[in-house]
Design a protein around this ligand. Sequence first.
Ligand code: PMP
Ligand code: GLU
Length: 396
Amino acid sequence: MQKYSDRVNRLSFSQTFVMSNKVREMKARGIDVISLTLGEPDFDVPHNIKEAAFEAINNNFSHYSPVPGFLDLREAICGKLKRDNSLEYLPSQICVSNGAKQAILNVLAAVINDGDEVILPAPFWVSYDEMVKMMGGTSVFIETSIETDFKMTAEQFENAITPKTKVLLYSSPCNPSGSFYTHEELEQIANVVAKYPQITIISDEIYEYINYDGKHTSIAEFPQVYEQTAVINGMSKAFAMTGWRIGYSACPEWLAKGCEKIQGQMTSGANTMAQKASVTALKTDPAEYRYMIDEFRKRRDLVYGLMKEIPGFRVNYPEAAFYFFPDISFYIGKTLNGTIINDADDFAMFLLDHAHVGAVGGVSFGNPNCIRFSYAASEKDLKEAMRRIRECLEKY
Ligand code: PMP
Ligand code: GLU
């Protein structure tokens, strides 16, 4: 009889897509649900980026590109890394992939052997642990909480290192917490990594531009770990291009070659029209696209004010990305309308069924006490969602 491989059996479906699909099904049944599930900008792709894609089609960029991406795109990525992050990379160090998701997977595939350990500060983005499992590795979690702004210390990190540790993987700014590591915090973490030459840092910086209150630092800026770092970034969040599927890694040369080898056997590379459009996006002054970030900031402030008033919610103040990750442990162990709430996932289901607001429970983000709301939605929907949740919970 045919059956799944152990690899598939080890994996879970991506909880972000599970919850967004549930919302879609409810909407199809005529139920008025507000979705704050998927983290994707609700803006259209900026006009000049679309024009560049049309031009690429008209100019017949319809054949395979080099596996790691067109040279002009890799040069534009190097230009961006220099302009925004003061980082020096050569095009031979860049691998363009089908989204940052594949860029991370390539690096993991290039460095992980069965049983190797990957350190994941929790909360982490849902796909990290699953990707580690896919590659045969083992995740080692570092717990944080709302009290420490969901950030680990360099000391916690060093205590988690074993001879099997191969990778430190985190996002800063962080999905789901909306926190980001400061220059000083990253320097302390870099100093630890530099003592362990077998460790690769995968620094996921996809929310770099969506940072309202601070200055973004890439850990690769610290020379002591430049050779140990894979910087991950992409077009999805900064340019509202989630469906165009372009992301990239910037690595030491040997690692970039490893990513190219994996990618050449797996996908042959990324979509050519989207690559050409990405050149335009990266060469445009980021100030041109600032309107999206200004809008996200307004929504952050709006939701913060409203969410604080919801009974039983302890709300963090996210400085970056477009998520809230409130602690709802007040409800854990309670029975709400006949439903026992064992963890944040049960609570998310309760809100979906009773308040008709979709969110993602924190279990798959590594924190069963918190729930994630994406505020990449209209002000009208955000206000209504907060009103529904508050009204629904006021009874308990
Ligand atoms: N990293 C993080 C932290 C994310 O939130 C996302 C969201 N999709 C990704 C990577 C992947 O982005 P994409 O594959 O769309 O570039
Ligand atoms: N990164 C987004 C999220 O966290 C998109 C969904 C996904 O790729 O998992 O919701």
